[in-house]
Write a protein that binds this ligand. Structure first.
Ligand code: NIG
Ligand code: FE
Length: 410
């Protein structure tokens, strides 16, 4: 048994609703708090001195005795990333900012297809090395649960290669890695057939092998004019569900309507939502599908932010994720992105913190984390500061002084 603290503030995120708006007054803030840990789980949180008296055998651990003020809160979850990839797309970014169109960029060898080519060319070792570096960066931000998609392989060999690399990464990091098969990212240029044929190919040739090798139990699809159309996507998702996969969808990024399909097929989450209509918002709000805002994609593309305020006011479950990928969201700093989303969408600190902790974890079916409370996974983040408001206020500049996974400092 181990007692960690005392912390000037312990922000537990306990007793907050899974859906809808939150105010900062609802936050439980324990002054002089401590976290009692056993077997990788939290046994209790409360007043540090009380916990010490009640548990005289607990080993005490204060990380930095010379620091006056430290605060602790649950570690974060990034529920949507594409951080397994080869190459980079800095030139796409520059061309976009120079006013070039999507088509012109694609013709100049950019776009998703360029990441597919670089990812196909990369060896497993090369992909693993860069993936582990990106995971390390996310860990330094306090993100200990990371969803990672395939989707730059787009054929049996390379999609499996990506998913195997993601599985290997899990063996080499203390972070929790949740893999998702995004073979339905785009119909690859070299596929002989139409998009419907390609979706059938995924169902027949890729997903059975993903199952066999236990590489992922989640499937994603990009529903958009330039990718997969609504009806073929719906059929694909129904069939994927029959195969036993959980579903998530890239929805409403440029055109509205596909989040509705996500809700109808019972997707765990509908992500992007930059173009979501008021009607779609009402639909999402009445569902159990988590609405995931991806401010990193808005910042990377210069597109509007997802209507996070309206989604929360309507009662949706709002998560915020980075979408870190080489094309639309190259930044990767979820804390900075969520903080910026807060200013544009008028989100409370509680809403931001919930969106990158227990609400995001819920989108991955991981309700065992994101809250400092009894029996939850002992993943938490410590900052050298006296006030939790500084995290969002400093818009990503304030870095954790330590990050704990399963009660161990990493
Ligand atoms: O989530 N929207 C589709 N897919 C990614 C972009 C991937 C890429 O550009 O490489 C996204 O933004
Ligand atoms: Fe994405």
């Amino acid at each position: 048994m181990k007692l960690i603290g005392p912390f000037t503030q312990l922000i537990t995120l306990a007793n907050l609703s899974l859906r809808g708006k939150l105010t900062d007054e609802q936050l439980e803030i324990i002054p002089n708090g401590g976290i009692l840990i056993q077997n990788k789980k939290i046994m209790a949180v409360g007043d540090y001195e009380d916990l010490k008296q009640q548990n005289p055998n607990a080993i005490t651990e204060k990380q930095q005795p010379n620091i006056d003020n430290q605060i602790a809160l649950p570690a974060y979850t990034d529920s949507h990333t594409h951080i397994c990839f080869g190459g980079n797309r800095a030139n796409d970014f520059a061309m976009r900012n120079a006013g070039k169109t999507y088509l012109e960029i694609a013709e100049a060898g950019g776009g998703i297809w360029s990441s597919v080519q670089h990812t196909r060319q990369a060896t497993e070792e090369e992909l693993l090395e860069t993936l582990l570096e990106r995971i390390k960066y996310l860990l330094s931000l306090g993100i200990t649960t990371i969803e990672i998609k395939s989707g730059y392989g787009l054929d049996v060999e390379n999609e499996l290669k990506m998913l195997r690399v993601i599985k290997k990464a899990q063996a080499q990091t203390k972070a929790t890695v949740i893999p998702t098969c995004l073979s339905a990212h785009l119909k690859p240029r070299d596929f002989p057939g139409d998009s419907g044929d390609y979706l059938n190919y995924i169902l027949k040739e890729i997903l059975p092998k993903v199952k066999e090798e236990n590489l992922a139990n989640r499937v994603d699809i990009f529903i958009e004019k330039s990718a997969f159309q609504p009806e073929e996507s719906r059929n694909f998702l129904v069939k994927t569900k029959d195969l036993g996969f959980d579903i998530t969808v890239h929805a409403d990024q440029f055109t509205p309507g596909s989040s509705r399909i996500a809700v109808e097929v019972g997707a765990l989450s509908a992500d992007h939502l930059e173009a979501t209509s008021d009607e779609d918002i009402a639909y999402l709000a009445q569902s159990n599908t988590v609405a995931t805002a991806l401010p990193g994609a808005s910042l990377g593309l210069g597109e509007p932010f997802s209507p996070a305020r309206k989604l929360l006011d309507a009662g949706a479950i709002l998560a915020i994720a980075s979408d870190w990928n080489p094309g639309s969201a190259p930044m990767g700093n979820l804390i900075a992105q969520a903080s910026v989303l807060a200013t544009y969408q008028k989100l409370s600190t509680a809403e931001v913190l919930a969106g990158i902790s227990f609400r995001a974890a819920h989108a991955l079916k991981l309700d065992d984390r994101g809250i400092l409370a009894e029996n939850k996974k002992a993943d938490f983040v410590v900052y050298n500061t006296d006030n939790f408001q500084n995290i969002i206020y400093q818009q990503g500049r304030l870095m954790p002084s330590s990050v704990y996974i399963d009660g161990e400092k990493i």
